[in-house]
Design a protein around this ligand. Structure first.
Ligand code: SF4
Length: 424
C-alpha cells in the first residue's frame, strides 16, 4: 500500500487532497472493501472474466461482503469451489486491525484500530436502552485544532479510505455478532442466470434485533475534509443490498466546512450535526478556529440551506459547556436568537466538557448547564444535556487520542503482536 503518510498536508484549516484510487497491497492483491459493485465488476473483468460474468459475480460478492459480512471467499457458498481460490489469489476482504479493545463500566466500547500501512485511529460504540450508536472516524488525526478536543492536538496523518471508514462499521458488526444469520436460497452456481433472479436473491434469512442501530461520523477527523471517501463509505452503509442502514439513522458532524455542506446534503443526504460551541466570533475563533475562515453567519446560512433539513429532520447543534467561556445566560439567549433569525429547524445538544490531561478548559458547573438548557428549551428548542459516556476509558466526546498517546509505540506494537499471535 502507498505510504500516504508522506502526502503533503496544507495549512491547518484547508482540505486535504484524497491521495489515491485503488492501491494494491504489498502482495499485489486488491482489498475489495470500500468499493461499489460497479468497481468490483470492473476489477473482475480486468482480471479476466467476461463482462457478463464479471457483473454477476460482482453482485454476488458484493452481497456476501457487505450484507453477510463474510471475511473469506471460501465462505461464499453459492460461488463455485474452483472460483473461490481464483478470487483469493487476486483480492482480499480487509478489516482494520484491532490493536486494543476496551469496555467502559457504563458499557461503552472503544477500539484502537490500525490501518494496513500502520496508522492508528479509534472508534467507539455507545449502547443505550433504545439504540446503539457507533462513532466512526474519518481521518487519522485532524487538521482543525478545536481547542476543547484532544484529537485536535494530534497532527493529521492521513485521510481514511472509504474501505477504512466502512470497515469500522463492519468490524463493529463482527464484534457484536450482528451479521444476518441463515442460508441464502435460490442459488445454483451452474446456472448463473437462475441464481441471480431478482426475486429470490438472498432473501431467505433474518437480520433482526440488532444492537448497532445508528452511526455518527463524529470520531477522529473532519468528515467534510475527506468528502469523497466518507460519501462512498456512507453509500455502502446505506445501500439496501449493502449494510442497509437508513439515512435517517446516520449523522454527519462538521465543524463548519461551509463550502462542502450543500454537497453533503445532495450527495449523501444524512442528518447533519454542526459543532457550534460558541455564539460570538471572538469565542468561536478561539474554540473552533475554522471559524476564522467560515464565520458564524455563513455557517448558519449554510445550515438554513442544507438540503433535506425540516422539522422532521432537524439540524443538531453541538455545544460543549466550558466554564466561564461560553456558558452564560447571555450566550444561551444569543444562541436562541441566532437559531430563530435563520429559521433553523434545530435541536441543541449540550455536552458537559470531558476533560483530558493538559486541557485548557474546565466543565461548566451543573447548575449553569441546567440554566443554559432551560433558556434554550423555554424558547421552544429541544436542548438535552448529554450524559458523558465512556469517560473512564477516554472514549467520551472530544477525548479520542488518549489511549494511543498514553501507551508508547513499543507497547502498542507489543499488544498488536500478542493479538496476532493469539489469532494464530
Ligand atoms: S472536534 Fe472534530 S474537527 Fe475539531 S479537532 Fe476534534 S476531531 Fe477535529
Amino acid at each position: 500500500m502507498t505510504d500516504t503518510a508522506l502526502m503533503p498536508i496544507p495549512g491547518v484549516i484547508d482540505p486535504v487532497p484524497v491521495p489515491r484510487d485503488i492501491t494494491p497491497r504489498a502482495d499485489g492483491r486488491v482489498d475489495l472493501i470500500g468499493l461499489p459493485r460497479e468497481r468490483i465488476a470492473e476489477l473482475f473483468a480486468k482480471a479476466g472474466l467476461d463482462s457478463k460474468a464479471a457483473k454477476l459475480r460482482a453482485k454476488q460478492v458484493f452481497h456476501w461482503l457487505y450484507h453477510r459480512g463474510v471475511t473469506e471467499f471460501e465462505a461464499m457458498t453459492d460461488i463455485a469451489k474452483t472460483m473461490r481460490p481464483w478470487l483469493a489469489e487476486r483480492f482480499v476482504i480487509g478489516r482494520p486491525d484491532v490493536v486494543e479493545a476496551q469496555v467502559s463500566n457504563d458499557g461503552t466500547r472503544k477500539w484502537l484500530l490500525r490501518t494496513a500501512d500502520g496508522h492508528d485511529f479509534e472508534m467507539v460504540f455507545i449502547p443505550d436502552a433504545d439504540r446503539g450508536t457507533l462513532c466512526v472516524s474519518s481521518q487519522v488525526g485532524c487538521t482543525l485544532n478545536c481547542r476543547f478536543c484532544h484529537t485536535g492536538t494530534m497532527r493529521l496523518v492521513r485521510n481514511l479510505t472509504a474501505g477504512e471508514v466502512v470497515g469500522q462499521v463492519m468490524l463493529a458488526r463482527d464484534a457484536l455478532g450482528e451479521w444476518p444469520k441463515g442460508t441464502m436460497a435460490g442459488f445454483d452456481d451452474d446456472n448463473l442466470s437462475d441464481a441471480y433472479g431478482e426475486d429470490d436473491y438472498g432473501r431467505n434469512y433474518t437480520a433482526d434485533g440488532r444492537l448497532l442501530t445508528n452511526i455518527v461520523m463524529m470520531g477522529m477527523g473532519e468528515p467534510l475534509y475527506n468528502f469523497d471517501n466518507v460519501r462512498d463509505a456512507l453509500r455502502l452503509i446505506m445501500d439496501g443490498d449493502g449494510l442497509a442502514l437508513s439515512k435517517r439513522r446516520i449523522t454527519l458532524s462538521t465543524s463548519g466546512v461551509v463550502p462542502m455542506m450543500a454537497r453533503a446534503g445532495e450527495e449523501i443526504g444524512v442528518n447533519l450535526a454542526v459543532s457550534l460551541h460558541a455564539v460570538s466570533k471572538e469565542v468561536r475563533d478561539e474554540i473552533v478556529p475554522i471559524n476564522k475562515k467560515y464565520g458564524i453567519e455563513e455557517l448558519l446560512q449554510a445550515c438554513a440551506d442544507y438540503p433535506g433539513a425540516s422539522n422532521a429532520r432537524r439540524i443538531t447543534f453541538e455545544y460543549v459547556m466550558l466554564k466561564d467561556k461560553n456558558d452564560s445566560e447571555d450566550d444561551a439567549r444569543e444562541l436562541v436568537r441566532l437559531i430563530k433569525q435563520y429559521k433553523l429547524p434545530a435541536k441543541v445538544n449540550l455536552i458537559p466538557f470531558n476533560p483530558w490531561p493538559g486541557a485548557p478548559y474546565e466543565c461548566s458547573p451543573p447548575e449553569r448547564i441546567k440554566r443554559f438548557a432551560e433558556i434554550v428549551f423555554d424558547a421552544g428548542i429541544s436542548a438535552p444535556v448529554r450524559t458523558p459516556r465512556g469517560r473512564d476509558i477516554d472514549a467520551a466526546c472530544g477525548q479520542l487520542k488518549t489511549a494511543a498517546e498514553k501507551k508508547s509505540r513499543a507497547e502498542l506494537d507489543r499488544l498488536y503482536a500478542e493479538k496476532e499471535a493469539a489469532l494464530g
